[in-house]
Design a protein around this ligand. Structure first.
Ligand SMILES: NC(=O)c1ccc[n+]([C@@H]2O[C@H](COP(=O)([O-])OP(=O)(O)OC[C@H]3O[C@@H](n4cnc5c(N)ncnc54)[C@H](OP(=O)(O)O)[C@@H]3O)[C@@H](O)[C@H]2O)c1
Length: 263
């Protein structure tokens, strides 16, 4: 039996969304969830093949298009924003998900490892949001606020044992940048929130899952005994971007099965 109140509350139907890094891992999970919930979704990543394959696969559930782009530079952000502007009048949902990490001992940590991570993980989300503000403003009304969701990490909330120095700095920075943007975009009716993922299986975390035994031990160490699933990532984006989350801005929600709060 359908429940129209529930459907209204969590609806993202016919909203236009962009998910960076939407071709694999957490971004793909978010893109799939949004497409299946009825949004028109653009995914962006550098690799043309991955973009084509994602658009093809997700089109089985609804509307999905891909735009190959590099969001680690202002030029790349401008290009992607221009492509979206050429196709859409409005953008309701922007998910700044593309990210990379780098681990190396503190004495050897290089400038390259610093710049690559900081450029993609914190500079990119700022400039892509900036470039897309006209479309986000076009979509936003007091009753139907636009939504920026920035993907950080539990590593930006508390120390990790991974020696990923630029990553923790970038993710913590993106968290605070999001609060500032939430404040400054309040009158534009644009909400800015953060998801801080814990453990999700992806290319980024593949080395941690290298053998069956490593996977068993890793999952056994998680409070809920599992890693994150598509619904865990997509569910929060849908909440933030629907009526249900309209009164929520400037917050970080860990999606980590209680890892930061209970262990
Ligand atoms: N997996 C986890 O457990 C975990 C935990 C905490 C936080 N996170 C965060 O969640 C986000 C997604 O992580 P993931 O694990 O899903 O990573 P992933 O599997 O490595 O996927 C990264 C995605 O970003 C794209 N990408 C990389 N560089 C890009 C660039 N310069 N421009 C545009 N797109 C680019 C990749 O596609 P191309 O290679 O085609 O560009 C890919 O689609 C990241 O921000 C990460 O820090 C992940």
């Amino acid at each position: 039996m359908s429940n129209t109140f529930y459907e209204h509350l969590f609806s993202v139907e016919n909203k236009v969304a962009l998910v960076t890094g939407g071709t694999r891992g957490i971004g793909l999970m978010i893109a799939e969830g949004l497409v299946r919930a009825g949004a028109r979704v653009y995914v962006a990543s550098r690799k043309l093949d991955a973009c084509k394959k994602t658009a093809e696969t997700l089109s089985a559930y609804g509307e999905c298009f891909a735009i190959p782009s590099d969001v680690s530079t202002l030029e790349g952000c401008k290009k992607l924003a221009d492509e979206i502007k050429a196709r859409e009048q409005k953008l309701n949902i922007l998910v700044n998900n593309a990210g990379l990490t780098w681990s190396s001992p503190i004495d050897e940590f290089s400038e390259k490892a610093w710049d690559k991570v900081v450029d993609l993980d914190v500079k990119g989300p700022f400039f892509l949001s900036q470039q897309l503000l006209p479309l986000l403003r076009n979509a936003a009304t007091p009753d139907n606020r636009a939504s920026i969701v920035n993907i950080t990490s539990v590593n930006g909330l508390r120390p990790s044992n991974l020696q990923n120095y630029s990553y923790v700095a970038a993710k913590a920075g993106l968290g605070q940048l999001s609060v500032q943007m939430a404040r400054d975009l309040m009158q534009d009716h644009i909400n800015v929130n953060v998801i801080a993922p814990g453990l999700f299986k992806s290319k980024m975390t593949a080395p941690l899952f290298a053998t069956k035994e490593m996977e068993r031990q890793l999952l056994a160490a998680q409070p809920m005994g599992r890693s994150g699933a598509m619904e865990d990532a997509a569910g929060l984006v849908i909440f933030f971007s629907s009526k249900a989350g309209s009164f929520v801005t400037g917050v970080t929600v860990p999606s980590d099965g209680g890892a930061t709060t209970t262990s």
